[in-house]
Design a protein around this ligand. Structure first.
Ligand code: BES
Ligand code: ZN
Ligand code: ZN
Length: 502
């Protein structure tokens, strides 16, 4: 979908539909909605008087214009109470409107800038959120349905034009909308990867997709093969890939916006293209969802795509350890001891706790590259969804200042995080009788124990761990989140990089 910003009079638009709005409790609309109402001889205010349009949040009413203006339809979007309306609501509105308008016969929409009037929100922020929401909300994964797809499901809104009266605002709104498009397109790219079945996205194919993205974005990319990972001593990462016929790949993508030594920020993403659990095999029910156990990798790589386009003055590297976790004849067995890149030995008690094993070496690698701050993103534990559900994701850290920056970046993205404690009393849970540590605890605090496992690999480097296992997949469309891979964390990581530029 193309998003444009134009100066002019919305009532003159020739788009297939004009989108206006109404706050709850407003009986005679003003601004763009008022202008449309007037040229429709008061049709909207009459529908309000009849009680058919109430301005409730989520209410969408399609009104036909019967030749009174060039556009054949007007969609009145309810915004809810003006005091509760914020930029997150604009994003969600953009998403639900784009989905509503996805029908044969509608290709182009013109809209006023929701929220910038009565609610007094920053117009540029509204334009960015509207563009983001429209692209995020209309995402669908239909790649493998070509033979059975219905005509109606093929319909897409092709363009959304934000029409603004004040010509002086156009440049700023255009730039903001373009940023929204960058952020949403990167997120949709990550969703495509996470939705892809594991036979269509092996570590090798994931590497190919990342290399293609990096080349197109002008980013430096490196694919580290098994032999080189062996030479680097990444025994923890490689132990996970032993049971698979597919070769592992460690991906590195670099962006130098400042051109300094090392990196101001490293983004590390778990890239398990399928998690069977290995020898500690998972039950059959819902195992197909484990094709998305590479969402962390997809998120960090997608963030790099957007960072390359937005060009913050900061040096960022993304690292993604990618492998299948399979129970083949050569697989790691419970009780095996493996050695990570930093020399630490790990007793693998449960081969299903594989995310932490691949991240351990990836974090060591990020430090070797000169990372001064590390944020890892992983679908690490089922326990995080028991604790937090799909409302927010877990955030654990060894550094309050970096945590605060990540929290602020998530807020900008309209995402919620929740901090879990890292009390030293949890440390003893991972003590092993035979190695420096084991990879699982025995009882409780699963998400904290996962982070506690990673903590010594980060060492003194400021580090934040995001456990996105509760939010990575959605079972239905809701606001900017679409069914299947949700795209959580991508935009938060981009904001973090852009807001951290020294
Ligand atoms: N990939 C899973 C975590 C997961 C579960 C992600 C559900 C998304 C939805 C991870 O590798 C795993 O299996 N974790 C184990 C850890 C346990 C063995 C300590 C878990 O959560 O059960
Ligand atoms: Zn697992
Ligand atoms: Zn996993």
């Amino acid at each position: 979908m193309e998003v444009r910003v134009q100066s002019g009079d919305i009532t003159r638009s020739t788009a297939d539909v004009i989108v206006v709005n109404l706050f709850e409790g407003v009986t005679s609309p003003g601004g763009g909605t008022g202008a449309i109402d007037k040229v429709l001889d008061g049709a909207i205010s009459r529908l309000i008087a009849l009680g058919d349009i109430r301005g409730k949040s989520g209410e969408l009413t399609l009104v036909h214009t019967f030749g009174r203006i060039p556009s054949p339809r007007v969609l009145v979007a309810g915004l809810g109470k003006s005091a509760e309306f914020d930029v997150d609501a604009v994003r969600n509105l953009g998403a639900s409107v784009a989905r509503y308008l996805r029908r044969p016969g509608i290709k182009t929409a013109a809209t006023i800038l929701h929220g910038a009037g009565i609610a007094g929100l920053d117009p540029a922020a509204c334009a960015r959120a509207l563009a983001e929401g429209a692209l995020l909300g209309s995402y669908r994964f239909q790649r493998h349905k070509a033979a059975s797809i219905k005509e109606d499901d093929r319909a897409e809104l092709e363009s959304l034009t934000i029409v603004e009266r004040d010509a002086a605002k156009i440049a700023a709104l255009t730039a903001a909308a373009a940023e929204g498009v960058v952020l949403a397109s990167a997120t949709n790219w990550a969703r495509d990867l996470a939705n892809e079945p594991a036979n269509h996205l092996t570590p090798t194919l994931l590497a190919e997709r990342v290399v293609a993205m990096a080349k197109a974005a002008g980013l430096e990319v490196e694919v580290i093969e098994r032999e080189e990972a062996e030479r680097k001593g990444m025994g923890s990462f490689l132990s996970v890939s032993r049971g698979s016929a597919q070769p592992p790949k460690l991906l590195r993508v670099s962006y130098k916006g400042r051109g300094g030594e090392g990196y101001d920020l490293a983004l590390v993403g778990k890239g398990i293209t399928f998690d069977t659990g290995g020898i500690s095999i998972k039950p059959a029910a819902n195992m197909e969802a484990m094709k998305a156990d590479m969402t962390g990798a997809a998120s960090v790589m997608a963030a790099m795509q957007a960072i390359a386009a937005l060009k913050p003055k900061i040096d960022v590297v993304a690292v993604a350890p990618c492998t299948e976790n399979m129970p083949g004849g050569n697989a790691t067995k419970p009780g095996d001891v493996v050695t990570a890149m930093n020399g630490r030995t790990i007793e693998v008690i449960n081969t299903d706790a594989e995310g932490r094993l691949v991240l351990a070496d990836a974090i060591c690698f990020a430090k070797e590259l000169g990372a001064r701050a590390i944020v890892d993103v992983a679908t690490l534990t089922g326990a995080v969804s028991t604790a937090l559900g799909d409302v927010c994701y877990g955030l654990l850290t060894n550094n309050d200042a970096l945590a605060a920056r990540v929290e602020a970046a998530a807020v900008r993205a309209g995402e919620k995080t929740w901090r879990l404690p890292m009390f030293k009393e949890y440390n003893s849970i991972l003590e092993s009788d035979v190695a420096d540590m084991k990879n699982v605890g025995s009882r409780g605090a699963g998400t904290i124990v996962g982070a506690k496992f990673l903590e010594p690999f980060a060492g003194d480097t400021p580090w934040v761990h995001l456990d996105i296992a509760g939010v990575d997949m959605a079972d239905k469309d809701k606001g900017w989140v679409t069914k299947g891979a949700s795209g959580y964390s991508v935009r938060a990581l981009v904001h973090l990089a852009c807001d951290s530029a020294p």
